[in-house]
Design a protein around this ligand. Structure first.
Ligand SMILES: [Zn+2]
Length: 289
């Protein structure tokens, strides 16, 4: 089963896209191999109560774009999906200007690259908790895996789910240990899959929207299972191996920029096999059990 990726996205930094009544998107100019065309910032609500979901990195132009898009309105809340450096560091400068209340699951707890340790939410949202965000009911769904404190948010009654970096139309998610965890990621995929009929449009943290998300979730799950089978086959064929030695046989030719990330993803899958009792390691050498 192939994942039905979507990469077409006409939005450019500085422009505002209206997605639904009270839901707008702007994009930060921080493109990369991991952020695609940049971080999506969503504005929820209008007028006297606007919430900013994921202000992005510290970026003056993007901060100015957020303020310009809400000119004449009041930003009262800042919501964070997860504490990666391309999503949450922009909270502090925005809060300084607006005094808005901050929301998130909790601080970043694991050391490691990419984590933003500066963000500590004033209001912590637990799994399943519904808060009034931008005058609308928004329900937090704890979806760890890509990041240990990752939340998706359902805009109740609309079919919209802000899927952040857990599910994106343009690419699979990076799952990088120790903060990234493949077992919890797969559980978080299953958790969203169980919401069939409730969520009909995903709005991701990068790239374009994702309509018809259920077949996409099936594709993501099948993709990781296929990868796992390839890792098991490579270990069987080559015997005990390091992650570095397995990247080639499992992934085939790769853009050099993506080799390190592929290794992290592979490590995440090996740790899952270890947690399931199917593999073990001696130092950096992995083997099947
Ligand atoms: Zn992320």
């Amino acid at each position: 089963m192939n994942i039905p990726f979507r990469r077409e996205d006409a939005l450019v930094p500085g422009e505002v896209e209206t997605i639904a009544p009270g839901v707008r998107r702007i994009i930060c100019d921080n493109p990369s191999a991991f952020t695609f065309r940049g971080t999506n910032t969503y504005l929820i609500g209008t007028g006297s109560s606007v919430a900013v979901l994921d202000p992005g990195p510290v970026d003056e132009a993007h901060l100015a774009a957020i303020l310009a898009a809400t000119s004449g309105e009041t930003i009262t809340q800042i919501v964070v999906s997860h504490t990666h450096r391309d999503h949450s560091p922009g909270v502090q400068p925005l809060k300084k200007i607006t005094g808005a209340t901050t929301y998130g699951h909790g601080p970043h707890v694991t050391p490691g690259e990419g984590g933003d340790h500066s963000f500590i939410p004033e209001i912590r949202l637990a799994d399943g908790e519904t808060a009034d965000i931008g005058g609308r009911p928004l329900t937090a769904l704890f979806t760890p895996g890509h990041c240990g404190n990752h939340l998706c948010f359902a805009l109740d009654g609309t079919g919209i789910l802000f899927s952040a970096d857990h599910v994106m139309a343009w690419s699979t998610s990076v799952v990088s240990p120790p903060d990234g965890n493949m077992r919890t990621y797969m559980r978080s995929i299953a958790k969203l899959r169980a919401r069939e009929g409730i969520d009909t449009l995903y709005l991701p943290g990068h790239g374009p929207r994702l309509p018809d998300p259920m077949p996409f979730l099936d594709g993501l799950a099948a993709h990781r299972q296929k990868r796992e089978a390839r890792i098991v086959a490579a270990l069987r064929e080559h015997g005990p191996s390091t992650v570095e030695a397995l990247v080639g046989p499992v992934y085939g030719p790769l853009d050099p920029k993506l080799i390190a990330a592929a290794g992290r993803s592979m490590l995440a899958q090996l740790i899952m096999l270890e947690e399931e009792g199917a593999a073990s390691r001696d130092g950096d050498i992995w083997k099947l059990d």
